[in-house]
Design a protein around this ligand. Structure first.
Ligand SMILES: OC[C@@H]1[C@@H](O)[C@H](O)[C@@H](O)c2nc(CNc3ccccc3)cn21
Length: 444
């Protein structure tokens, strides 16, 4: 088995709304998650990101933990409304100042920053102007990206435009389970199209001023038919288009999959097809967020892909109910290479929610998470050995944090957070990952 290259990035990932807290501090504007989490019934336990991990104030302590962990890279996101409180207008120097200090503190520890421009927390002021349904949203995002490129491209060398635009569009505009909580197939398709145009706007802007590399992080999930019956095989194929190709094709090929308008039918925004070519602004690398596979049965009532997810009776599941399926990571990475050619890839998220025990004498025994990480790193190593240009791995997540609609009820962290006291406790999985990084991933 081929080893990991010495240049391999061993990282951990977070996002602004999930860890920072202080959402309105120092002139920051509200985001759609600040607003959505306050709506009754939206988040388990009525939780909000008001405190989260208090990272806005404790970032130096957290960077010391990163240094102890031995990671050489850290993926974080910028809260758009901290930097541009009304989303498209006056800059907030204090908001930008936080990220300026964060980047400097990371570099001082030899930790490479990977900056995600957008991780679901749209400024609420832009939602009031239609949000991702407004055709101007691409320009709003491009203007915001430009501000960050100017301020940080002298130190940030790895940029991501969007985190999982599929989730933003589908959960934010179809199922309504994420902010802004709207429900409509037409809205989801339109939001998705504008998110893709926004991605292209930022990449194009970066080409004019940027000196380093820019990509996008996508949730990619291999779709398997639950049986050999033709209707299940076809349902899995439809969901593969819906979950994976809907975004990969326009970003990497400049066209939507032919099947997409059929899946959406009359709800598909007609002009989208003509403008798909604008979306292919060549990227330098692809971020793959991998958690699990999907097992699919035919479901004529399921919209838009007419497929339903099932679980094998003997499946090993995480605390999210997601099947633990490391081989799906190898297969997804190999498929991307076959389908879209040689493109550097980073695993920008991979991790598991576990029912961790409470800290006891300064220890949290989470063997399941350590095993999850180990098995997925073996799967990543397999892909490397078969020619995938894999550049790095970012464990989700550095810290237990605000897990969106699940609030604080699901823990993904390598480091336990007691949200009442903000005490951090590295888990067994953190020690496992630290030891693994120390030996460059050898002897997995
Ligand atoms: O759920 C764990 C993480 C989440 O905390 C991150 O913010 C987000 O980037 C993230 N994406 C996935 C995988 N994609 C997904 C699919 C459906 C619903 C929610 C997430 C998992 N996660």
């Amino acid at each position: 088995m081929i080893g990991f290259p010495t240049s391999f990035l061993w990282g951990a990932a977070t996002s602004a709304y999930q860890i920072e807290g202080s959402p309105l501090a120092d002139g920051a504007g509200a985001s759609i998650w600040h607003r959505f989490s306050r709506e009754p019934g939206r988040v388990v336990g009525g939780a909000t990101g008001d405190s989260a991990c208090d990272h806005y104030r404790r970032y130096r302590e957290d960077i010391a933990l990163m240094a102890w962990l031995g990671i050489n890279a850290y993926r974080f996101s910028v809260a758009w409304a901290r930097v541009v409180p009304d989303g498209n207008g006056t800059l907030n120097p204090k908001g930008l100042g936080f990220y300026d200090r964060l980047v400097d503190a990371l570099l001082a520890q030899g930790i490479e920053p990977m900056l995600t421009l957008y991780h679901w927390d749209l400024p609420a002021a832009l939602e009031d102007r239609g949000g991702w349904l407004n055709p101007d949203s691409a320009k709003w995002f491009g203007d915001y990206a430009q501000v960050l490129f100017q301020a940080l491209d002298d130190r940030v060398r790895l940029w991501l435009t969007l985190n999982e635009p599929w989730v933003s569009a589908v959960l934010g505009y179809l199922t309504g389970t994420h902010a802004p909580g709207r429900r409509g197939l037409r809205e989801a398709a339109l939001a998705a199209h504008h998110l893709l145009l926004a991605h292209a706007e930022a990449v194009t802007a970066y080409r004019a001023v940027g000196r380093h590399r820019i990509g996008i992080a996508l949730n990619l999930e291999p779709q398997y038919a639950a049986s050999a019956q033709a209707e299940d095989v076809e349902a899995a194929a439809r969901r593969h288009i819906y979950v994976n190709r809907w975004f990969l094709d326009p970003i990497l090929l400049g066209r939507y999959p032919a099947e997409i308008p059929q899946l959406f039918g009359a709800d598909w925004p007609r002009r989208a097809l003509q403008r798909a070519g604008l979306i292919r602004a060549p990227i330098d690398f692809l971020g793959v967020n991998y958690y699990s596979r999907a097992l699919v049965v035919d479901d004529p009532s399921g919209r838009p892909a007419r497929g339903r997810l099932v679980k094998r009776r003997d499946a090993q599941l995480t605390a999210m109910g997601w099947e633990i399926f490391p081989q799906g990571l190898t297969e997804m990475l190999l498929w991307i290479r076959r389908e879209y050619g040689e493109l550097p890839v980073y695993i920008t998220e991979n991790g598991a929610a576990c029912n961790d025990p409470l800290p006891e004498r300064g220890r949290v025994l989470d063997p399941g998470r350590a095993r999850f990480l180990g098995r997925h790193l073996i799967a990543a190593q397999e892909a490397l050995g078969r020619g995938v240009d894999l550049r790095g791995y970012f464990a989700w997540s550095l810290l237990d944090n605000f897990e969106w609609a699940y609030g604080y009820s699901k823990r993904f962290g390598l480091i336990h957070v007691d949200f009442a006291t903000q005490r951090r406790t590295p888990k067994m999985s953190a020690r496992f990952y630290r030891n693994l990084i120390c030996r460059g991933g050898a002897n997995l």
